[in-house]
Design a protein around this ligand. Structure first.
Ligand code: PMP
Length: 346
């Protein structure tokens, strides 16, 4: 597979926008900044942010053990997913392949970009049907989305299956690792050098606890990252988000202890759910949420809602009849949920 064959012709020919601040760092004070039509009065936020997010990128690349040119930062990982469509998928011509039930934005983004979605359902144990995926992948199928751990099923895919797809799928394999920090399975980041068609997506919205600042990560070969950089909005990560992310990443032990607590709570909730009358099945989870099958999802969802507890009813998803998806909260929130569910059981 040659990367150049996958790129949309208009993107190949594109002359990218050059931001005023592309070539130097705003932190340097020995310039008169008369280049970007800003308000010159200093209030701490009157300047455009660093379009390359240099400091944050250096920090994240060091944490992930990759080069900075293998990383793009997006306004949430949703922005990076959208950039992938716009670099590789020709509207009204190309296709992408998804394996439902999975994260809903892949199909929504395909629809927004007028790109066809090929769907190959996961097996009954929510694993990858490798031969069926390869058989369904048409020549104009540019992207394959694998979410592992998968939302909403909560499990990780078997590494051998993912590896086969990385070897045999004739396009870009996007592995969405939004929930990887809650899993004991290894990230595919360590394999970037082995697979030129691999894109790994991660986010600061989950384990890192910064959903409010919208920072997502795309990691791939320097060639793919350069393509995504060509089309990203110039100042896509605002200054506050860059600063807050850097501050939060100074305290890795705190982040790790929060992840540990969530994993403990996951274990406790699984055990407690299994003892509830309304629960038929608790699916194994590698994420910070549980997919549970209940006796009547629509009814239980409404009852919880009336009592002020919001969960997701995923019953409409393939293979998820009567399933609720429940995020793991703080110990006290989880206790409140359990108390309510025990009441419902009576
Ligand atoms: N991927 C998956 C699997 C998700 O569940 C989510 C958010 N729910 C995202 C990506 C998007 O995350 P964000 O845009 O906050 O980085």
């Amino acid at each position: 597979m040659m990367l150049t064959q996958l790129i949309r012709p208009n993107i190949k020919a594109l002359q990218p926008y050059t931001a005023a601040r592309d070539i130097y760092n705003t932190n340097q004070t020995n310039y008169l900044f008369l280049d970007a039509n800003e308000n010159p009065n200093n209030n701490g936020l009157n300047r455009y942010p660093d379009p390359q997010q240099t400091a944050l990128k250096q920090r994240l690349a060091a944490i992930k053990g990759i080069q900075t040119n293998a990383l793009i930062i997006g306004n949430g990982s949703d922005e990076i997913l959208d950039l992938l469509f716009r670099v590789f998928c020709e509207p009204n011509k190309d296709a992408v392949l998804i394996v439902p039930p999975t994260y809903g934005m892949y199909e929504v983004l395909a629809n927004i970009n007028a790109v066809n979605t090929i769907k190959v359902p996961l097996t009954s144990t929510f694993q990858l049907p490798v031969s069926a995926i390869l058989a369904a992948a048409t020549t104009n199928c540019k992207l394959l989305f694998l979410c592992s751990p998968n939302n909403p099923t909560a499990n990780s895919f078997q590494a051998a299956d993912v590896e086969t797809l990385l070897q045999k799928f004739n396009g870009i394999v996007v592995i969405d690792e939004a929930y990887i920090d809650f899993s004991d399975t290894e990230s595919w980041l360590t394999r970037l050098d082995d697979f030129p068609n691999l894109v790994v997506i991660q986010t600061l919205s989950k384990a890192i606890g910064l959903a409010g600042i919208r920072v997502g990560l795309g990691m791939a070969s320097a060639e793919i990252i350069a393509l995504l950089n060509r089309i990203k909005p110039p100042y896509n990560i605002n200054q506050l988000s860059q600063e807050i992310a850097l501050t939060r990443l100074e305290n890795i032990p705190l982040i790790n202890s929060e992840i540990e607590q969530l994993k403990q709570e996951r274990k406790r909730l699984i055990k407690a759910f299994r003892e509830l009358k309304v629960v038929v099945k608790v699916h194994p989870s590698d994420a910070n949420f549980l997919l549970i099958e209940v006796d009547n999802a629509a009814k239980r969802y409404q009852q919880l809602l009336k009592l002020g507890i919001l969960v997701r009813d995923r019953s409409q998803e393939l293979g998820c009849t009567n399933c609720l998806r429940i995020s793991i909260g703080t110990p006290s929130e989880n206790n409140q949920l359990l108390a309510v569910l025990r009441q419902l059981a009576k």
